[in-house]
Design a binder for this molecule. Structure first.
Ligand code: ADP
Ligand code: MG
Length: 259
């Protein structure tokens, strides 16, 4: 771990048990890992293995039932401004313009939006490729563009940590790949710690420095593996033999994932 920068995120033996009508449901058990400053980590696992639960703990939306979850060396107790979240669906306000959707968290928090906030929103919309769309309504945009609005909203406060929960899974395959490269470009231009949840092996390998592979029932980390690919990554990476072999290794792990 870099001495000047303690781990951005650290889990130590985190467990999560939900009380349900049919009894306790153990969603996570003994989850431990650390994410370094400005590292890009993908969390890969089957549906229902606890990926969103893990992200919601980091975001301060739920408290773990056992173990310790820390952000910047401090226990997570509530959502923080320096942690941005992008969900699978961007949950945009249908009646508000693209720009108003992006500044919405500021309006929600402070009750007013100033000129500087709007300037910032316009700059970020340009970064995500939406210059000229500021006054449009969400319905007038494609799914990929709507997801960019969600990303712009999460980037508005320039968070040190960006949590992304299957952000591209509702998009068609080509748009999805394009958005992945776009995200890498944004991450390189504005470095930040990224925790990217996906159930796509190729997406995890293409984007991340490291992949945490999760198994289910209850959710646990099967493997914490560095991605053996240099940067920058691009179209050529997708046909790289090293990528293909590493993806094959992850696929094997996922197929025999039971604890
Ligand atoms: P993933 O994101 O990997 O698909 P989740 O973290 O959403 O998985 O869910 C993991 C498990 O925990 C699932 O069995 C899910 O039904 C259960 N779960 C998630 N949230 C709750 C909740 N608030 N109450 C009860 N069970 C939940
Ligand atoms: Mg999920």
């Amino acid at each position: 771990m870099d001495a000047a920068h303690p781990a951005s995120i650290r889990f130590d033996g985190v467990g999560q048990v939900f009380e349900t009508d049919s009894g306790p449901l153990e969603a996570l058990r003994g989850v431990s890992f650390a994410v370094r400053h400005h590292e890009f980590v993908a969390v890969l696992g089957p549906s229902g293995c606890g990926k969103s639960t893990l992200l919601r703990i980091i975001a301060g939306l739920i408290a773990p039932t056992s173990g310790a979850a820390e952000v910047f060396g401090m226990p997570v107790t509530r959502p923080r401004d320096d942690v941005g979240i992008v969900f699978q669906k961007p949950t945009l306000l249908p009646w508000a313009s693209v720009e108003d959707n992006v500044v919405f968290p500021i309006r929600h928090k402070t009750g007013r939006v100033g000129r500087a906030d709007r300037d910032k929103a316009q700059e970020i919309l340009a970064t995500v490729g939406l210059r000229g769309f500021e006054t449009r309504l969400p319905d007038e945009l494609s799914g990929g563009m709507q997801q960019r609005v969600g990303i712009a909203r999460a980037l508005l406060m320039d968070p040190d940590i960006l949590l992304m929960d299957e952000p591209f899974s509702a998009l068609d395959a080509l748009t999805r790949e394009e958005m992945g490269f776009e995200l890498l470009r944004i991450w390189e231009a504005r470095p930040k710690t990224v925790l990217f949840i996906t159930h796509s092996i190729s997406e995890a390998v293409l984007l991340a420095d490291r992949v945490l592979v999760m198994g289910d029932r209850p959710g646990w980390i099967i493997e914490d593996a560095p991605v053996p690919l240099s940067r920058p990554r691009g179209i050529a990476t997708t046909t790289d033999k090293v990528m293909h072999d590493f993806a094959g290794h992850l696929r094997t792990l996922l197929l025999k994932r039971a604890a």
